[in-house]
Design a protein around this ligand. Structure first.
Ligand code: PLP
Length: 220
């Protein structure tokens, strides 16, 4: 087994364990391999080991790396997990199967326009700033109802919520908050949990975990 295959097997086993403890079905949890900063040579072994969902945080980087990798393997799903500028909405809709960073009215409008023009809509997650941190992306918890209403009015279907909890403190309360917000608004998907805390996120309802370092090793 390659290193990549071994790491993938380990992360999947951890997800299965956490799901079992939470009495959830592991098949309901999607593992997104976050390949930002890693080149095609680092990504190919994971594809060879069966991984199909990948996450990138920049449109430009994804556009440079993925067309060739995708042409070689059918069934790849690409997830945008980083902030999206409104002027890149069209490119993002063309390239990504899911966008996890919808966080403001202007972006909702840009995406609605881009989706109408493309005749397709990626899965969409509203990113919520669950710690109400000043420097962090995501819509404020208090603004979530208005943003969801705006998306609905624009004809944009929202599938779920995404969060990045504050660093260096226990993430569980923030995962629980995201789960509760998703439940309250009738949204089935929750994108939460990274290398350090994906098992906790699975126990608290994550449907998508975004794991980079535990699969690829440290980024430069
Ligand atoms: C980089 C990144 C991840 C992956 O982080 P790791 O700690 O390397 O697993 C997950 N989510 C987002 C939004 C990221 O930017």
């Amino acid at each position: 087994m390659s290193d990549a295959a071994g790491r993938l097997a380990e992360v999947k086993a951890n997800i299965a364990d956490a799901a079992k403890r939470a009495k959830r079905n592991a098949a309901d949890i999607r593992l997104i391999a976050v390949s930002k900063t890693h080149d095609a040579d680092a990504i190919r072994p994971l594809i060879a080991a069966g991984q199909r969902d990948f996450g990138e945080n920049r449109v430009q980087e994804a556009a440079a790396k993925w067309p060739e990798l995708r042409a070689a393997t059918p069934g790849i799903a690409l997830h945008l997990i980083g902030q999206l500028q409104s002027n890149k909405a069209e490119e993002a809709v063309a390239l990504f199967d899911a966008i996890h960073s919808v966080d403001r009215p202007s972006l909702v409008q840009a995406l609605a326009k881009a989706c109408a023009k493309a005749g397709k809509q990626p899965q969409l997650f509203v990113q919520v700033n669950v710690g109400d941190e000043e420097q962090k992306g995501g819509c404020a918890v208090a603004e979530l109802p208005a943003l969801l209403a705006e998306a609905k009015a624009a004809g944009l279907a929202i599938d779920g919520l995404m969060a990045i909890p504050p660093a260096d403190i226990e993430p569980a309360p923030y995962f629980a908050l995201l789960d509760e917000l998703a439940e309250r608004h009738g949204l089935p998907m929750r994108s939460m949990g990274m290398s350090g805390d994906y098992e906790t996120a699975v126990m608290l309802g994550a449907t998508h975990v975004r794991v980079g370092t535990a699969l690829f090793g440290a980024r430069d």
